[in-house]
Design a binder for this molecule. Structure first.
Ligand code: UDP
Ligand code: MG
Length: 315
């Protein structure tokens, strides 16, 4: 029987740790699946790390890693993939919005020979109209960039050791887990699940953080924004040629051309497009800068039920 590593990124989830660890461990031991649970405490400000400690004391199959500060969910997932020793690794949210029973179904699919088992949202749960609309637009851009349908994708998935090792060997510091795990390919299948209500605590995503998340991930998978800028430049170039010919013609037939307002308007429009373009290019350059700094993706300060390290930084 292959061992399953369950990776649980946790940020301010002290009310959930005890709950999810007992649900997942009893579920997997009832099914006779060898497992380990890996909690990553992503710099929580509440008692999450203490709760993880208690869970680790009760069950030696539970391991805990404490980040030195909040590095974000993607970094937490990556740390989990780094320390997992299982033959396959599953990632699940701490808040029980991803039904743990699906883990068993994913594991069975893996046993059948699938190397990537995607959890696909059958419904998006309770979200406002605006949130759904924004999510839809974001995923349609990402889907066209990755050539993979991402509209119902989630971070809830199971990966074979092969895929995990490939992901770990990727040099990029910025990772977008749900797209990269599809991007690597391999024999893939999917399982639908219904997003549950959050059991306790609050969602960690504010509108601003969602917008930042969208911009960062679109630019990490696509150069479309720069292409759009070039295209806009071409359109404006053509437009100015037409306008130029038009004014020469008007002068030629003896009328003097008017239109002070038009000139100002055009200046404003062109100016703002240039600013926008510089901003977009600057954004890509800043990403190159961040990657070349080569800083670790995360820093672990403590761990529980894991011998090797007292202090470790992720590569
Ligand atoms: N999370 C994390 N680091 C963060 C934000 C979130 O590890 O900076 C974890 C969080 O504890 C949860 C998962 O990521 O296990 C999903 O977060 P949340 O439920 O807030 O997102 P939502 O379900 O609203 O998309
Ligand atoms: Mg959630």
């Amino acid at each position: 029987m292959g061992k399953l590593s369950v990776i649980i990124p946790s940020y301010n989830e002290d009310k959930m740790i005890c709950n999810i660890s007992s649900v997942v461990s009893s579920l997997l031991s009832d099914e006779n699946i060898p497992y380990e649970i890996i909690f990553i405490n992503d710099g929580s400000k509440d008692n999450t790390w203490e709760e993880i400690g208690k869970a680790c004391d009760k069950n030696p199959n539970i391991k805990g890693f404490n980040f030195s500060r909040n590095f974000g969910k993607e970094a937490a997932i990556f740390a989990g993939l780094t320390y997992a020793v299982g033959d396959c690794c599953a990632v699940i949210d701490c808040d029980l919005q991803h039904p743990p029973e699906v883990l068993v179904k994913m594991y069975q699919k893996w046993k059948e020979g699938y190397e990537v088992v995607e959890g696909v949202k059958a419904s998006r749960g309770k979200e406002s109209f605006l949130h759904k609309f924004a999510a839809k637009s974001f995923y349609s851009i990402i889907s066209s960039a990755t050539k993979i349908d991402m509209s119902k994708a989630s971070d809830f998935k199971l990966l074979d050791r092969k895929a995990v090792d490939i992901l770990r060997s990727m040099p990029e510091k910025h990772i977008f887990f749900r797209a990269l795990s599809s991007w690597v390919g391999f024999k893939t299948t999917s399982i639908e699940f219904d997003v549950q209500e959050r059991e306790a605590g609050d969602s960690k995503w504010s509108t601003i953080s969602l917008i930042k998340y969208a911009i960062t991930n679109i630019t990490s998978f696509s150069t479309a924004p720069m292409q759009i800028v070039t295209f806009t430049g071409i359109i404006f170039g053509l437009f100015s040629i037409i306008l130029g010919i038009h004014s020469i013609y008007i002068n030629f037939i003896g009328k003097s051309s008017e239109g002070f307002t038009t000139v100002i308007l055009l200046l404003l429009i062109i100016g703002s497009i240039i600013m926008l373009s510089l901003g977009i290019i600057g954004y890509y350059i800043s990403k190159i800068y961040e990657e070349t700094q080569n800083r670790p993706r995360f820093i672990v300060s403590e761990c529980e039920n894991y011998d090797e390290l007292a202090y470790k930084k992720g590569t």
